[in-house]
Design a protein around this ligand. Structure first.
Ligand code: ACM
Ligand code: ZN
Length: 732
């Protein structure tokens, strides 16, 4: 079922067409857009003309238009004064990088960019003015290929509008990487941080060290092995593809931590030299590169030499996050370096290492980027760029030390966190709360002064949740479980929010306005063949009275019907169609979904049970109800990931909220993935007015690792019992 798209409302007037203003929904929002009378109509005779240097952009536009219209439009170098021409030209004079002006009139289209990137962005804005089908890779019939007449003046507010793609934990193949770049470019994002190396895989062919990819790119054995890597030829192909789209690829070569894949290939890289294997599951290794051996520096020099010769970017990312220094503290060679350099803490060795690499990169005329840790481990001998990932306010550290910063706070920009906690949401990272579209959009990109220290913003898509292609869970509506679909589900539509944060000045942004424009972009993502999380319907109004609650909803996806239930059950595509406000007795009984197609619909609007009165027992973690309470002793696994948020002492409390029967608990086992952290055998019974608390300790916390509390339960004299489980941290 294809949704009915709101096409342009056309009314004939003298020599042209008038288009309703509401139909122009550009993301990211341009600085200035004025609607004029009329529209440009594409025909088989339309010519794309371009001035010198813009042939790649002209061919890009021709390819897109040919695929969807089926017309083989003429490409022509030079300036054209005739009608029915899309003219691409350059005007660098006095214009900021990547800026453009777009003029769409009945007679033709003119895009003038400050540079090729600006022209490319003018093309993106033009494509967003055409019907959504313009993005289709197959010929679309019976479409009026019209774009409303406008004058646009536009420029980015930040030079850095990035995404990080973690291809190390999960190997996304070359075609997926290209698709990801294409989608970024559609929304004027211009930097891809290519996370090529991590404990779980080395993805970049280095000719001088073939074992990095012969061994380090693979987990598991023989035909069951998982992983992969990019040859240098693949990399050149990806870079060329990205260049046309104004996307710069920044390679990330991680050290001193997160490089177990390299240590597995060449054990002499570590302090101890012992054999290691590429892990099959998420794991943060403590096997750092040894900073006491000259061979380590030679290795880095060689790897970076090949990296620099492959990637034209002036930036090289050296990772630098999450190093645990135990091995450096024990290693006589590392200790010797500490002494010789008067360093007091092993962590300062990371600063020492960064300075040595800084020198190597200076010689190559490259700027170092790294996670924020690189500016926190001792004084550096030059300016670097820090990716601020914990807390956006830490940007001030970069400002004070005269470094540059890119905002990528996990709270707003880590797209491996799901959008919601609604049951049925994809299983994804849980060590922080979910990030809604609105939360991502609320990232402030200009709070720090001098603002020139902040280059811009970057989203991060980590893939440790679907490491080596393990499947998180099926996305039921899609009947699809490939990790690529998860990656898109997690990335879209939030990428659009981050793209606007990076491009559009804060004073010119409003979430309400963005959300309104977003409704029409899902059709564009569909045409691009890009998966996305379908948004729940928007609650426009919720009137609560003594008799009940009345919901007024609006579409979150233009043209997509809303289906609802009033008994607390999850709606299906056959549930009643929403046409007018709906009244229910309690809001917990109301559910509504957005139906894009029979196979693609949203999770429901969902109000979780309010456990506010139990706040003192910590975070709500799980609940039991009669249907899960057995009459004989049965295991019950409680997912505590995200509730256990660091090392410390915790309490887990079981509280009965309803029912006549008590619940017997056969103790608890606290599990970090498969490892038993604590095994408490004490049998206890949860009754009304008698909650049960167990206390346990976590001393080896790792972000991203699942935690479970296993117990065994049995109803006492029946299963008529409801209750909830809470977890609270009581000390560090
Ligand atoms: C990070 O999330 N470890 C940079
Ligand atoms: Zn060492």
């Amino acid at each position: 079922m294809k949704r009915i798209l709101t096409t342009l409302f056309l009314s004939c007037c003298l020599g042209g067409y008038a288009v309703q203003e509401a139909d122009i929904h550009i993301i990211p929002k341009p600085i200035q857009l004025t609607q004029e009378t009329g529209a440009f109509r594409l025909t088989p005779q339309t010519v794309i003309s371009y001035t010198k240097g813009l042939q790649p952009q002209a061919s890009y536009l021709q390819e897109i238009l040919s695929a969807s219209t089926g017309w083989d439009l003429t490409l022509q170098e030079g300036t054209e004064n005739n009608d029915n021409v899309i003219q691409l030209s350059l005007n660098p004079e006095g214009n900021t990088p990547e800026s453009y002006e777009l003029s769409v009139r009945n007679a033709g289209v003119h895009i003038e960019g400050a540079d090729a990137g600006g022209v490319f962005y003018g093309i993106q804005t033009l494509l967003q003015l055409f019907p959504a089908e313009v993005y289709s890779s197959v010929r679309q019939k019976d479409i009026e290929w019209e774009a409303p007449a406008v004058e646009v003046k536009d420029a980015p507010s930040h030079p850095w509008r990035g995404m990080m793609l973690d291809v190390a934990r999960y190997f996304f193949d070359k075609d997926f990487v290209k698709k990801y770049i294409d989608m970024m470019a559609m929304y004027k994002m211009n930097k891809l941080q290519f996370h090529l190396i991590d404990d779980s895989g080395w993805r970049l062919e280095i000719k001088k060290y073939p074992k990095l990819t012969e061994i380090g790119a693979w987990a598991g054995k023989d035909q069951n092995r998982l992983g992969g890597y990019y040859t240098q030829e693949d990399i050149r192909e990806i870079i060329e593809y990205a260049q046309v789209r104004n996307v710069e690829i920044i390679p990330e070569i991680e050290f001193p931590a997160h490089m177990l894949s390299a240590v597995s290939a060449y054990p002499w890289l570590s302090c101890h030299g012992e054999p290691r294997e590429v892990p099959m599951q998420h794991f943060i290794s403590r096997d750092l590169i040894c900073v006491g051996k000259e061979s380590s520096y030679q290795f880095l020099q060689d790897v970076l030499d090949e990296t620099v010769s492959l990637f034209p970017s002036r930036y090289i990312n050296i990772g630098g996050d999450e190093a645990v220094y135990d091995n450096w503290e024990k290693c006589p060679l590392c200790q010797k370096v500490m002494k010789e350099n008067g360093l007091k803490k092993a962590s300062e060795l990371q600063g020492y290492l960064t300075n040595r690499v800084l020198q190597m990169m200076k010689e190559k005329n490259r700027t170092i980027i790294g996670w924020e840790e690189i500016i926190q481990r001792g004084k550096l001998d030059g300016q670097v760029v820090a990716l601020i990932w914990h807390n956006e306010k830490d940007t001030i550290q970069a400002v004070e030390k005269n470094h540059l910063a890119i905002l990528t706070p996990a709270t707003h920009a880590y797209l491996d966190f799901p959008e919601s906690k609604t049951p049925g949401e994809v299983k994804a990272a849980t060590w922080m709360p979910p990030i809604s579209i609105e939360k991502a959009y609320s990232l402030a990109a200009k709070d720090y002064s001098p603002s020139s220290h902040v280059l811009g913003v970057q989203g991060c898509l980590w893939s440790d949740q679907f490491i080596h292609g393990t499947i998180l869970q099926e996305i039921v509506p899609l009947n699809e479980n490939r990790s690529e679909n998860y990656a898109e589900y997690l990335t879209f539509p939030r990428l659009l929010a981050l793209a606007e944060v990076g491009w559009t000045k804060e004073a010119n942004r409003s979430y309400k306005d963005f959300a309104q424009r977003l409704t029409s972009h899902y059709a564009r993502l569909d045409e691009k063949g890009c998966n996305y999380r379908v948004p729940e319907p928007t609650i426009a109004k919720m009137d609560e009275t003594a008799e009940g609650v009345t919901f007024t909803l609006t579409e979150s996806v233009e043209g997509a019907p809303i289906r609802y239930t009033t008994d607390g059950s999850y709606p299906t595509i056959h549930s009643p169609l929403y046409t007018a406000p709906v009244k229910v007795d309690t809001k917990n009984n109301f559910r509504a979904i957005t139906v894009v197609s029979n196979r693609h619909y949203s999770l429901p609007i969902y109000f979780a049970y309010d456990y506010a009165e139990y706040k003192q027992f910590g975070e709500f973690t799980a609940e039991w109800k009669p249907s899960i309470v057995p009459d004989k002793v049965t295991p019950w696994k409680i997912d505590a990931t995200g509730k256990i948020s660091g090392n410390g002492t915790y309490e887990v409390t079981f509280i009965q909220t309803n029912g006549a029967n008590a619940l017997k608990l056969n103790g608890i086992r606290v599990m970090k993935r498969d490892e038993v952290l604590e095994d408490i055998k004490e049998v206890q019974t949860v009754r009304k007015q008698h909650q049960v608390t167990y206390r346990f300790h976590v001393g080896s916390f790792e972000a991203g690792t699942p935690f479970t509390i296993e117990t065994q339960i049995q109803g006492e004299g029946g299963n008529n019992t409801n209750g909830a489980v809470f977890i609270k941290k009581i000390s560090e």
